[in-house]
Write a protein that binds this ligand. Sequence first.
Ligand code: SD4
Length: 289
Amino acid sequence: QKPNPICVATWNFHEASKTAGELLYNGIPALDAAEQGVKVEEANLSNTTVGNGGAPDRDGNVTLDASIMAPNGDCGSVVYLKEIEHPVSVARKVMEETPHVMLAGEGALQFAIQQGFKRQNLLTKESEEAWKEWLKKKEYKPIINIENHDTIGMLCIDETGDIAGACTTSGLAYKMNGRVGDSPIIGAGLYLDNEIGGAVATGMGEAIVKSVGSFLIVELMRQGKTPQEACEIAVQRIVKQHKNYKDFQVAFLALDKNGNVGSYCIHQGFTYVKYQDKQNTNIPSKSHL
Ligand code: SD4
């Protein structure tokens, strides 16, 4: 039996999940809903971790990472993309219009422009000022749940029961120039299988990449774990692998094909939003600490 349409997204992105959820209830496919949903945050200037207005790297470059995955297993992603407000849509074009899965940097920008995307400055005055303030001390010690959160990962199930997802970020504020996180890495920041369900991640990308967390969660669900159990196992594995796990946050969010949701993180403070039965709810995640 098919579940009703459902959308879940990391953090408290009500507008994004409502946008996607309403599209799903209007019969729009999960892939379109996920793309449109995360675009809300890419355009949101007050979100300094995604798209336009994203915090720059330590040299002042705003570089974006994004990925998208379709029910048939196709996926696309962009890394280190500059000057394009909607990297998720470029990722979708990579998936649909090229023989490749991932494009980086200069090539990704060139492709985006060929596809009709407009170049624009993504560094807002506020982000520039915050960066200049940071430069005074150049201390790289992100504050858990306060700095470096707000990456959006979203999973949608549509009326036909298909699942799709997307993940988009400007990455860690003041990262090294060239740094790429988990969000555009299929299997790390995003993974799904239309027979099983999907997972997305937010937090310290390096730890997420090392655990191939989203893939792990989908495979655990395949073996019969609930989304909640699967997220807990993935976080436990990261905790076990990192002596300094208390110094960073990692959060996973999973949705199975029956519409069951699970979520787990290292530190308290991660919440996710769920649009179901035409209602948005913000839900605090269980945490290891
Ligand atoms: C990254 N996972 O680039 C992202 C950061 C993040 O909310 O999730 N911020 O490592």
